[in-house]
Design a protein around this ligand. Structure first.
Ligand code: ATP
Ligand code: MG
Length: 335
């Protein structure tokens, strides 16, 4: 049988080490993938003179599936964010960020199971209308919401709710203040909700969501929201389950899907072999589920669960002293 090819982008900072950890685990779980390596980010800028080479875009388009480490976009110099460029180029409109509790992590809550579904191409991050006055005394940016964009992301959220037999979708907005943009989003989301009578729909303004998430996270199931709110809320959710090291994300479009960690390249701990690889390992689990390999996904998730619960060989952010490599080997041993 032909091996399925996956495009792998090791990325910057802690990226290469945690991506390697994820591949080690996929291999030990017998996933039998072929990996096509591609460069992006600072690494690509050094090697190819550009942050996002055409050859990388071609490899992602060819395999349709990519697993990617965090990428650094140099600040200033007029570079647009590589992550934003990738999402736009492949029209990866849905960003699916699940957080689940693992017994043994140092978090304030147990039994968290929330998926934030963030619109990934519009809103405050559309990149439109970004200007700074010449005198540097004012700045502008444009937020764009379209009916089509709002509809496809809420449709996506309800489809996930249905296929995973989830009970509730919370539509997060700020329509009371941002009447045009958030107002349209809410209006369209309500229309979509009507098509899913079996799923409970809840509407909440984003500030109330923040308070409720830290007080009563058990009240949330699926959250669907616009780009900026989704970015912030998903980091908040990561904080509910022990930090960014446990937070994966999938960027999904009609053709292509890119799986990644929610966090950045973590330059403060890069090169020390102490990063928690679970973010990318959990992203690879999302990838397996996307590919219909639910058994492998479950097998790897169980191994992570066991390793963290044992608590002997975990990284610093989880309260241990193990290196990235040792933690990875412990997960392998539990597969
Ligand atoms: P970006 O601008 O790319 O989002 P950032 O400045 O928000 O970057 P992150 O890289 O997201 O920084 O990291 C935020 C903090 O979380 C840092 O202190 C980092 O060390 C820590 N962190 C991020 N990922 C991990 C990980 N996998 N394991 C351990 N700590 C992590
Ligand atoms: Mg960040």
């Amino acid at each position: 049988m032909n091996k399925r090819s996956i495009t792998v982008i090791p990325g910057d900072g802690i990226g290469p080490s945690i991506v390697e950890a994820a591949l080690t685990i996929l291999d030990h779980a017998g996933c039998n993938f072929h990996y096509d390596y591609a460069d992006a980010g600072l690494m690509a800028l050094e090697k190819h003179g550009e942050l996002l080479p055409q050859s990388t875009l071609d490899l992602i388009a060819k395999n349709k599936i990519a697993l990617k480490g965090p990428l650094t976009t140099p600040i200033g110099g007029g570079f647009t964010s590589i992550n934003v460029s990738l999402r736009k180029h492949f029209n990866l409109y849905a960003n699916l960020r699940p957080v689940i509790s693992f017994e043994g992590t140092q978090s304030r809550f147990e039994n968290i199971d929330i998926i934030t579904i963030r619109e990934n191409t519009e809103g405050m991050y559309s990149g439109a209308g970004q200007t700074r006055a010449e005198d540097n005394n004012s700045a502008e940016a444009m937020s764009i919401i379209t009916r089509e964009g709002a509809e496809r992301i809420t449709e996506f959220a309800y489809q996930v709710a249905r296929s995973e037999s989830r009970k509730k979708v919370t539509i997060v907005h700020k329509a009371n203040i941002l009447k045009s943009t958030s107002g349209l989003f809410l209006e369209v989301a309500r229309e979509v909700a009507l098509r899913y009578p079996e799923i409970e729909t809840n509407e909440m303004i984003v500030d109330a969501v923040c308070m409720n998430l830290v007080m009563y996270p058990e009240r949330f199931d699926i959250i669907v929201t616009t780009n900026l709110f989704g970015d912030i809320i998903s980091d908040l959710c990561a904080g509910l389950i022990g930090g960014l090291g446990m937070a994966p994300g999938a960027n999904i479009g009609k053709e292509v899907a890119i799986f990644e960690a929610v966090h950045g390249s973590a330059p403060d701990i890069a090169g020390q072999n102490i990063a928690n690889p679970c973010s990318v390992i959990l992203a690879s689990i999302q990838m397996l589920e996307h590919l219909g390999m639910q058994d492998k996904a479950q097998q790897i998730r169980n191994a992570i669960r066991k390793t963290i619960a044992e608590g002997k060989t975990v990284t610093r952010d989880l309260g241990g002293t193990a290196t990235t490599t040792e933690f990875t080997q412990a997960i392998v041993a539990n597969l």
